[in-house]
Design a binder for this molecule. Sequence first.
Ligand code: DX5
Length: 230
Amino acid sequence: MTSPAPRPIEIVPSVLPADFANLGDACVALEKAGVDRIQWDVMDGNFVPNLTFGADVIAATRPLVTVPFEAHLMVTEPTWILDTMVEAGCELLIVHAEACTHLHRTLGRINELGVKASVAINPATPVEAVANVLDLVSMVLVMTVNPGFGGQAYISTMEPKIAQLRKLIVDGGHDVDLEVDGGVGPATIAGAASAGANVFIAGSSLFRDPEGLAHATTQLRALATEASGA
Ligand code: DX5
């Protein structure tokens, strides 16, 4: 069986570390920096011990840029929020396997809404939790931190799990991206890429780069490309 072509490397910033008083400016700056998408970390204060923003905030920034939006829904039983996230302009919705009693049905609902569906798994959750829904998603997100906050340390013990998931995807013949989120930066992205990830969420490492967003984006993309053999 010929090995599949490497999947395109995508750098997707989280706006979590951005200045919440100027999120529109942050989106414009990220688009200019050449990012592939922008991720909105939607937190409900229940699934994770933090509360961020909802559809109205996302919708307010949508007209400012053309770069695609994705929503990382750290929301317990998120079916109530799906329609508003689509109306706000998100074209990819990520729900947590741990937050959905009926994950298969929820992912099917996202597809019915005409946008891409993705499922996220927390560090303690095995890849088996998503084995039966790979036909419903365009991407799986492997959390490399425990969700709720930016600026946390990358959990390198997730790399065997990333490799296990990539094998599951390839063996099943699924056209599915593998995203990682949490502590991704110049010192950690190569490990995740060589393990099999091709989409990288970066918050702190982008916004803290003294040489700016464009430099950080270019550097991360180059490091991931080199490590993945893409
Ligand atoms: C955690 C969040 C963070 C954020 C990126 O719930 O999902 O992972 O997006 O954070 P850092 O600053 O680690 O890149």
